[in-house]
Design a protein around this ligand. Structure first.
Ligand code: HEC
Length: 154
């Protein structure tokens, strides 16, 4: 305590711990700004995003290639299951008999490919003109069964 009334700030040294913490924060902030500024470090959100998109696409492509999407074609049990799944998820847009409504007729030649692999791509990843992706919701097995049912309509 100093009660003399004379200014004495000069006598009160900043505690070493505080000073170290303060300098540490300043250094961290300088590092942080440098690390996340694209023109300094090259860090870029867009680059990370594009890399992730590329990895995702690669996965989707290998999933189709390795799953043999035509494996249920001509198998009546699987086709019946596929039809049931179709009526739940797809009939609203493609009609119960797949003759087309909001979505196109699926019984004719398709613009994105009428092979099981083409159907799989359309169903799993969607198509730009309003076809939603069903990969997450249905999974590989159901999609292949639906593809087998659509194949059986031709
Ligand atoms: C919200 C409505 C909607 C639902 C639900 C929907 N579709 Fe589609 N579908 C569309 C539209 C619209 C297109 C046309 C997309 C385009 O031309 O880019 C399409 C396109 C397709 C194609 C590609 C057709 C072509 O010409 O190559 C297939 C195959 C298909 N749908 C199958 C399905 C299946 C199977 C389901 C159920 C899992 C389903 N769709 C659910 C609207 C829908």
């Amino acid at each position: 305590m100093n009660d003399s009334g004379v200014p004495h700030e000069g006598h009160n040294k900043i505690p070493k711990g505080w000073m170290a913490f303060f300098i540490g924060v300043v250094i961290f902030l300088l590092w942080y700004i440098a690390a996340y500024t694209p023109t300094i470090s090259g860090w870029s959100f867009y680059k990370i995003f594009e890399d992730e998109m590329k990895a995702g696409q690669q996965q989707a492509v290998t999933a189709v290639a390795s799953s043999d999407p035509g494996r249920y074609v001509g198998k009546s049990d699987a086709i019946a299951e596929g039809e049931a799944a179709y009526q739940t998820s797809c009939a609203a847009c493609h009609m119960t008999d797949a003759s087309g409504g909001i979505g196109p007729n699926l019984k004719t030649k398709l613009k994105f490919g009428s092979t099981p692999a083409g159907l799989y791509e359309s169903i799993a990843n969607g198509r730009p003109g309003g076809m939603p992706p069903f990969g997450q919701q249905l999974g590989n097995d159901k999609i292949c069964k639906i593809a087998a049912w659509i194949e059986s309509l031709r």
